[in-house]
Design a protein around this ligand. Structure first.
Ligand SMILES: [Zn+2]
Length: 93
């Protein structure tokens, strides 16, 4: 039987779950060691990422012609990081 909550960890940590889903997931975490472990692992990574100084992170971006493009570049970088986190935590190769 597959775990219906297996893929909810990133959404939980990103605050993307509805209040009802969040409560259901938190109840599940109390009884599911694999999901609880996955959340703890990801929480550590997001904690590390949150300590990167914003000015430094923005300074590493290439020069772009407009603020809109700059926001798009930041969004792509963040989404790439999320994909990498998902691959690192969910792939079994
Ligand atoms: Zn679970």
């Amino acid at each position: 039987m597959t775990d219906p909550f297996r893929e909810w960890d990133v959404a939980y940590l990103m605050g993307s779950l509805s209040p009802e889903d969040r409560r259901a997931y938190e109840r599940h975490l109390e009884v599911c060691p694999p999901c609880e472990h996955a959340v703890r692992q990801l929480a550590g990574m997001t904690g590390i990422l949150s300590r990167v100084p914003k000015d430094w992170a923005l300074g590493t971006l290439p020069d772009v012609p407009s603020p809109r493009v700059r926001v798009l570049v930041v969004a792509v970088v963040v989404l790439t990081g999320v994909v990498v986190l998902l691959l690192l935590t969910h792939c079994t190769w």
